[in-house]
Ligand binder design. Sequence first.
Ligand SMILES: Nc1ncnc2c1ncn2[C@@H]1O[C@H](COP(=O)(O)OP(=O)(O)OP(=O)(O)O)[C@@H](O)[C@H]1O
Ligand SMILES: [Zn+2]
Length: 606
Amino acid sequence: MTKLSAIPSILPSTTQEKVANSKVLVVGAGGIGCEVLKNLALSGFQDIEIIDLDTIDVSNLNRQFLFRKEHVGKPKAVVARESILSYNPDINIKAYHDSVTSQDYGVNFFKRFNIILNALDNRAARSHVNRMCLAANVPLIESGTSGYSGQVELIKKGETQCYECTLKLPQKTFPGCTIRNTPSEPVHCIVWAKHLFNQLFGEDDPDQDVSPDTEDPEAKAENEHSSTESGNIKRLSTRQWSQDIDYEPAQLFTKFFHDDIKYLLTMENLWKTRKAPVPLSWEQAASHRGDAEAENNVQAIDMRIWSLSKCASVFSDTVSQLKTELKGKSFLVWDKDDKPAMDFVTAAANIRSYIFSIEQKSRFATKSIAGNIIPAIATANAMIAGLVVLHAFRVLAEEIEKCPTIFLRPKSRHSKFILAADKDLVKPNPNCYVCRANPTVHVFLNVNTMLVKEFESEVLKSYLNMVAPDVVLAGKDSIVISSEEGETEINNDKKLSEIGIVDGSILKVDDFLQNYELTITITQYEKSKPEDPSFKVVGNPEEMKAKESTNGKENGQKEAEKEESDDDLMIVDEDDNVKSDDPQEGSSSKKRKLNPVEDDICLIDV
Ligand SMILES: Nc1ncnc2c1ncn2[C@@H]1O[C@H](COP(=O)(O)OP(=O)(O)OP(=O)(O)O)[C@@H](O)[C@H]1O
Ligand SMILES: [Zn+2]
């Protein structure tokens, strides 16, 4: 029996019928997904499917209200289904505890739906669903939040831009010389401390060198030191040297916080317009007395700013703990939830901040910066989910012209939001490497150093978001990378040039799972600086510049700042289409491979 009574009577009767008879897929049952599912169930949708790969974590409970304490550890999709049935037992609802990128969900699976609603938190899954919906020609409503910001966007093949029509700028990174030579903000010291962790205990990454950067152009004019030296230490690997001294904390401290800083001071150009750092000896730090008061205040330990002597003792203790953890392993992986790893970064970052006269941060604040944590705001999720379902009504009523992209922006601190809408639907980008006919891209890389397996994992999968690519070298018609296991593994460790991929090569890449074909033109490129990316992907080489977004907050926030209204919510038209700081990355400006900072940002309870 169709429960039309649940359908908002404000809708025209034809739309009410369509709502009751349509089949909807919700992808993701997290913060937005739970709200969307509740809205669907309460507004008359009768046939819903949910897919989510994750299980319920205790940190989800404050905002993902379909879940309770007793559900922790259970699959989100399954529990969400049960909770929705408790609202309305007549709904036909099916749950999949699985990744939407799995081969089990091909184009025919997507074709079964009238509309698909994304409530995801990462770029790879979003891109995949985007391609599946284009291939299946099913409208997709894409949404995301990031703190108090959010966005809802309709994607309809041929009529609107797709998720990949605009270049998503990679997460903000910092120039290597700022991190290594001239930090000026706490985040620079925190990134340096994470790099230090990796140099001492993590996977080797030459881009994460922590020693003074002698190639810094600003310093070079006066600095005649050989680039084979760093500080007073010959540039043998930091890891090797640390192992040679058995991770003796005082010696490590002396190198990183005294000798390297002394060396930096010899780069005089750097300090002409900046406050110079002050080298800190192990003895000075360990016996530092000036900040004992900060230690004794009553705040929760994580909220306190640690004294310098506490930082020194935590540095020493965690170096010893991490050294023990490393035994028998080739490297450790930094994790903000791993206590010694997080304590180490807090201590090292704060010691460096002290040396550079930069504000020190509590462990709590350091964790949030180091883990790129943006708080998840239940209200923002709820507002965005409401807009998702309103858009769904309009799509089903075939009024897609009434579905411009809508942005949620914080008006000011705390409770005030504004909603800003684009004036019109944004048309597809004719150069989009996904939704245009016969898409092409140019990839700049070094064919003499990049391995076939790196090209597959970093360029095709991680950057271009393919799932199961098959690559044919044009002219030779042989498969050089196959999605079939065992077919081309023999090529994995070869350089691209060794299998005939050279400057000017054209590759035909086919991802059967995404029904997506892409032509790639290879151009030989060599890094000129160590921090340069190892490859670049460009739609049109003449337009190598990424579409610079003015910071997303400007979308609606500027409008709002002009207004003096006490309303908690304002709705304004959007004057331009400039996109944002990408709330669609949700909590997670998902890094592309080139980004040294965190991959997915985790949400924290607020
Ligand atoms: N490939 C995928 N297939 C299916 N579901 C996915 C996929 N990728 C992400 N998701 C789901 O999308 C949801 C996004 O929700 P949300 O942004 O609230 O994240 P969360 O993981 O619930 O929260 P937190 O990050 O704070 O732990 C998550 O439940 C996640 O499991
Ligand atoms: Zn597109």
